[in-house]
Design a binder for this molecule. Sequence first.
Ligand code: PEP
Ligand code: MG
Length: 536
Amino acid sequence: MEAIKGTASYKGIAIGRIAEMEKDDAVVRRVHIDDADAETVRYVAAKEKAQEQLMLLKDKALKEAGEAQAEIFEAHSMFLDDFDDSVINIIRTQMVNAEYAVAETGDNISEMLSAMEDNPYMQARAGDVTDVANRVIRILSGREISGNEFSEQVILISDDLTPSETVQLDKSKVLAFVTREGSANSHTAILARTMNIPALCRTSVPKEAAGRMGIVDGFAGIIYVDPDEDTLKKYEQMLLSEREKKELLLELKGKDTVTKSGRKVRLYANIGGIGDLSYALQNDAAGIGLFRSEFLYLQNDDFPGEDEQFRAYRTVAEMMAGKEVVIRTLDIGADKQIDYFKLDREENPALGCRAIRICLTREDIFRTQLRALYRASAYGNICIMFPMIISVWEVERALKIAEEVRHELASKSIPYKEVPIGIMIETPAAVLIADELAELVDFFSIGTNDLTQYTLAIDRQNQKLDRFFIPHHPAVLKAISMTIEAGHRHNIWVGICGELGADPELTEQFVRMGIDELSMSPSSILPVRKIIREMD
Ligand code: PEP
Ligand code: MG
């Protein structure tokens, strides 16, 4: 048995035979032509056909994967429109064949996008451009798109997969996607998530694995080749319980989260980036309760600029289509360290310069993020949330900076909305002054991960202290109920976005305490909905 580690793009278990994806790579030759007009006509006809194919693919994606994924092909269609000037120019000035002109244009645009290191989203679009170019080239050279028809369900391995290839595959035959390259941020990963197919990327699975038995563990990010009997048994069990969960999912989709006596609770999703959105939607999240914006910073080598952040926040706001999206401002420090912040080494980083403390010390970083957030607010229903609050002055100062940012945008006639502003309650200090804090903000969201750490004085990272760590400690539960009561005394809503929010053993207790919103990883939403619907 061989266990090969990779990066998990979508959780899930798959057991089956491994097959290598057959690529239909176009080898494009540069051929001299005599009639540039005729070659241009050939290009225009091929482009039109490509546009027709893209619209068909868009419809297919719409039916199988949803609106957000269908937009990928809409984007391909737009990329293709950008090809015209360059392709026709190359045909006419170099007197070369359309295939070559399209390949050259595709390479140029894709290289340009790959170089955008400060913008991982656009960088990831380089693959989409190559995909579009290959489509037109295939049409020009009269070749069919490869079939990859399998007689049984397979674990599909490949160097990489383009969005077109992913959608065109007969997904009833695909148990899992495993690629040697790719990123969890690519559209292909988004598609896999939406199609509910386990996926791994950056896995050095050898070509010789094809034809052998495999297990994909999309939780641990591992593919096993030729698994031994014990491993196979263990994963067969896991697969069974996964299936049960999926059935539960289907049953509860589209239903209200309401107790039998009519008490409603909003179940929102926690996300770390755009890549998690489709999963939130698929699991029926009524909104996003925690967008950990620091992931945008963590995945970069330098500070993400205002425009890059704006695009990410706008995408989330647009894709959630009017549903609430709570975006937490930067929560860096403690366990989330970033070299380019050049933070001082601290004896005790969990009690050091982190989150709002960094933002109020280095206001330039904070203002850039707030400008991006307010600009994005014009495109949906965004709420802003400040983390790690311990004092009234911090909230007052943060609100003042937000007000200055709004004035700055207004003076430049840049559209924005007066969005609700809330804070995380994740320190005992914030719990104890919750009444004063509630007068300043529109909502509270309880961060039970840090609240537990600071209430129990137990490092949340230190596994050696597990014996002393009591997740349902009465002090933490009391702090939660005190926060809910304080919030309600001041007529603001109170939610939980820490891991306890998804703890099925506590759901009833939270609802009885009067919690308004629970935000959790998307896969927990439907199981928690089930518990709430069964409550009196
Ligand atoms: C928390 O502390 O509960 C929380 C949601 O924030 P994070 O886990 O990102 O610190
Ligand atoms: Mg926290």
